[in-house]
Design a protein around this ligand. Structure first.
Ligand code: HEC
Ligand code: HEC
Ligand code: HEC
Ligand code: HEC
Ligand code: HEC
Ligand code: HEC
Length: 292
């Protein structure tokens, strides 16, 4: 499967200083390297290929000798870390080479046909076996093709938006209590991964509305638009809470996430695939107690 290759940790053999071959471990989920761009892919002229005409470290990274630097020593804050950067969104970097339209991945979330029915094969893109919706479902019995906290990568970036990465931590005891109370009070689920950490599917439902009965906690989700429009903005997301947060904190986040976030955020206009609305802060408040 095309996307799966992105999950593989590449081991790139390197000749360091003419000495022995030393293996540097590539970051997990890294982009493919050492492939020739297809003919119809036009790279900007500032993006140099290697001698074999392939994309290589220097094509995408403006960092000198990045291939000889251990991953944790690479300065990801450098403007030229992504060549031509800094970029406000990683997808803007991708668009240097990938045509936004051609580069449409299948929208796996669109699971229902005109009659409201689904094809089990689509479920089995993520689930090992399509869950039988007529039966009582126990979370422990769900089996996935990849650990559920990894299932979104490959199609989505590790940092699709501000905070996505920073949220992949284990909530403390107080927050876990708050989460359980919110689940009960609001009749929803906020599932944590098998290590008790927040994951993409904690905040997002991966299913098109209607796949799981809306009366069930797992079927409750925000959908004030269809999956074709998707999330859209006027001016400002992660607003309210976010603005009360310190600018320094934001900068810290940007640095850690390795891309640039500005304060000029937009407000969410339409929301889909979320377990609670974020627009009014309800989602955030299921876990956080923010000062009013
Ligand atoms: C086609 C473009 C491209 C090529 C070629 C490329 N990279 Fe990257 N690299 C990226 C992108 C994009 C990211 C950031 C991924 C993210 O944030 O999810 C990245 C991230 C990294 C990171 C930081 C990862 C982390 O999580 O801390 C290192 C280190 C790195 N690349 C090294 C290399 C090396 C070494 C090579 C050559 C063998 C290489 N890259 C080739 C696009 C590329
Ligand atoms: C310097 C040009 C360049 C940039 C920048 C770039 N790519 Fe690519 N990408 C390529 C080339 C070349 C290929 C291999 C040819 C192909 O599959 O079309 C490729 C292939 C891919 C594939 C298919 C991988 C596979 O295993 O078949 C994915 C997914 C992808 N890129 C995602 C991204 C994302 C996401 C970004 C931004 C973070 C990005 N690319 C940035 C050049 C680039
Ligand atoms: C993009 C990946 C993906 C696809 C496609 C997908 N699911 Fe899921 N599904 C998940 C994840 C992730 C969870 C786990 C959430 C959790 O940990 O509780 C889940 C959980 C479930 C649950 C359990 C909900 C509960 O009560 O906790 C059911 C039922 C389910 N899926 C049914 C389906 C059906 C039916 C299909 C096909 C029509 C489908 N899924 C397609 C990712 C997917
Ligand atoms: C703490 C809750 C939370 C977590 C965890 C989270 N998201 Fe989100 N996500 C949101 C909210 C809220 C939005 C709505 C728009 C916004 O605020 O940026 C969103 C929007 C999105 C969008 C649409 C962005 C756009 O601009 O079109 C994608 C795609 C997405 N998330 C994927 C992911 C993936 C993949 C992960 C896991 C790496 C993840 N999210 C983790 C809350 C979360
Ligand atoms: C097979 C690829 C694939 C997988 C796996 C996948 N997605 Fe998506 N997802 C898409 C596509 C395609 C879209 C449509 C919007 C786009 O092109 O970015 C989308 C849209 C979304 C959106 C709405 C963004 C919008 O503006 O429409 C969210 C949120 C989202 N995905 C979350 C997730 C989460 C959470 C997971 C893992 C449980 C996941 N996705 C797994 C391909 C995928
Ligand atoms: C499922 C629970 C959950 C949800 C929902 C949630 N968060 Fe968080 N959030 C956490 C956890 C866990 C942490 C990490 C521990 C901490 O900093 O308290 C965190 C940390 C943060 C941080 C600090 C990040 C840092 O590195 O300093 C901010 C800012 C934040 N969340 C904002 C939000 C916003 C805005 C929303 C709503 C869109 C939201 N959160 C939704 C659980 C959640």
């Amino acid at each position: 499967m095309k996307y799966i290759s992105l999950f593989i940790i590449l081991l790139i053999p390197l000749v360091v200083n003419g000495k022995e071959e030393k293996k540097i471990e590539m970051p997990p989920l890294h982009h493919v390297v050492k492939v020739k761009p297809p003919e119809d892919m036009k790279l900007p002229k500032e993006f140099p290929l290697n001698d074999e005409g392939q994309i290589d470290c220097k094509t995408c990274h403006g960092i000198k000798d990045i291939e000889k630097t251990p991953v944790n020593k690479v300065n990801k804050k450098a403007h030229n870390f992504h060549r031509g950067g800094p970029y406000e969104q990683l997808t803007d970097f991708c668009a240097n080479c990938h045509n936004k339209k051609d580069y449409k991945r299948p929208n796996i979330h669109k699971l229902l046909d005109d009659k409201g029915e689904f094809d089990k094969k689509d479920c089995e893109y993520c689930h090992k076996e399509a869950p039988d919706l007529k039966k009582e479902i126990k979370r422990e019995n769900l089996k996935f093709r990849l650990p559920s906290q990894k299932i979104c990568f490959g199609c989505h970036l590790k940092t699709p938006h501000l905070n996505a990465l920073n949220h992949q931590v284990k909530p403390d005891k107080k927050m876990r209590k708050r989460i359980r109370e919110a689940e009960k009070k609001l009749g929803i689920i906020l599932p944590l991964d098998n290590e008790g950490k927040v994951m993409c599917a904690t905040c997002h439902s991966p299913h098109q509305p209607g796949v799981i009965d809306k009366k069930k906690p797992a079927g409750k989700q925000v959908a004030d638009t269809d999956l074709d429009e998707g999330v859209s903005y006027v001016k400002h997301p992660w607003n309210k809470v976010f603005q009360s947060d310190k600018k320094a904190r934001l900068e810290k986040l940007s640095q850690e996430a390795g891309s640039v976030y500005t304060l000029g955020y937009e407000r969410i206009k339409t929301e889909v695939l979320l377990r609670l609305p974020a627009r009014d802060g309800a989602l955030c408040q299921a876990c956080h107690a923010f000062e009013k």
